[in-house]
Design a protein around this ligand. Structure first.
Ligand code: NDP
Length: 297
């Protein structure tokens, strides 16, 4: 079997189109321009690339982008004051603090100071609790993107066996909650899981979020299963230079799976698209307006 390739790049473009259409409607019918504020502390090169890309895509869909760059010697008090200002700014519907923060700042404290209604990353403890109890919440962008692609590919996910490899707060755990919410039978695997290969072989859906290049191999995949590869790893090429690979070994998995997300071009592009989707959702909720269909869990 050769797997169907789930094209995250194309899917993300359709999500952005839906977001842009909704922004146009909010502007023309309600005089509202959705706004996203991104806070970047320090000079981490990867974070700078992400923040630039987020700002560019925010503007492209017609929303307002507010960027706050601060030196890495900012005090916690100063950062909390900035977040308080954004919490109270009616032009700002979504707030994202780019992680990781420098070590002297308490990330949990900072994230939990964001107004949960504006927490478009879905990391605030209130949103984590709402998601865990099946209530309306802001949903973390990467797992939301995975869920959208899975729903699109499978239709109903009800009753499917899903194995999420990885239990981080930003990917693994919320992914498992979302799959449970769609009535999958969910197993969460991690570094202490015994006989991971056997666990993964039971899965109709495998989500690989481990941060280990090409760890999940085709031999572990049940024929016809769907593989969602969240991993982004840069590895050295034998001939020199580097290339991006996922947490699944694409060639061997694609030979067995029914469907697979590639790296790059799979989950990655969906993450920022879902950030924009979450900003629209937050804006609609803040203004008591109906949320757009298909842009949230
Ligand atoms: P973390 O490092 O926070 O978590 C990794 C998880 O994998 C942990 O739960 C860990 O288990 C588990 N793990 C590590 N080694 C093994 C192993 N040998 N067997 C089984 N489980 C293992 O990573 P993240 O969740 O933040 O990210 C995961 C991947 O997704 C990374 O490649 C990251 O770059 C990528 N990513 C991609 C995004 C995108 O937009 N596409 C967004 C966010 C992340 P334990 O808890 O026991 O240590």
């Amino acid at each position: 079997m050769t797997a169907t390739v789930i094209d995250g790049k194309a899917f993300a473009a359709t999500v952005r189109e839906k977001v842009a259409a909704h922004v146009t409607m909010l502007k023309s019918e309600h005089g509202i321009t959705p706004g996203l504020a991104v806070v970047l502390v320090g000079e981490d090169p990867a974070s700078q690339v992400y923040v630039r890309s987020k700002g560019k895509q925010t503007v492209e869909v017609g929303m307002e982008s507010f960027e706050f760059k601060r030196d890495d010697d900012i005090t916690e008090k100063e950062l909390l004051a900035l977040i308080d200002q954004l919490n109270n700014d009616p032009k700002v519907h979504g707030i994202l603090v780019q992680l990781p923060l420098p070590a002297h700042l308490d990330s949990d404290l900072v994230i939990n100071s964001i107004d949960p209604a504006k927490d478009v990353d879905g990391f605030h403890i209130s949103n984590v609790g709402l998601l865990g109890t099946g209530q309306k919440s802001m949903v973390p962008c990467t797992p939301l993107g995975c869920l959208m692609m899975l729903r699109d590919h499978h239709g109903s996910l009800s009753g499917l066996n899903a194995v999420v490899v990885g239990r981080s707060n930003i990917v693994g755990k919320p992914m498992a909650q979302l799959l449970l919410g769609d009535s999958c039978t969910v197993t969460i695997a991690h570094s202490r899981t015994k006989d991971l290969a056997e666990v993964v072989r039971r899965a109709d859906i495998v989500v690989a979020a481990v941060g280990r290049p090409e760890m999940v191999i085709g031999d572990w995949i049940k024929p016809g299963a769907t593989v969602v590869d969240v991993g982004i790893n840069r590895i050295e090429k034998p001939e020199g230079g580097t290339r991006l690979v996922g947490d699944a070994d694409y060639a061997s998995c694609a030979a067995v799976a029914g469907a697979i997300t590639p790296v790059p071009g799979g989950v990655g592009p969906m993450t920022i698209a879902c950030l924009l989707a979450n900003t629209i959702t937050a804006c609609c909720r803040a203004n008591g307006l109906p949320e757009p269909e298909g842009l949230t869990a």
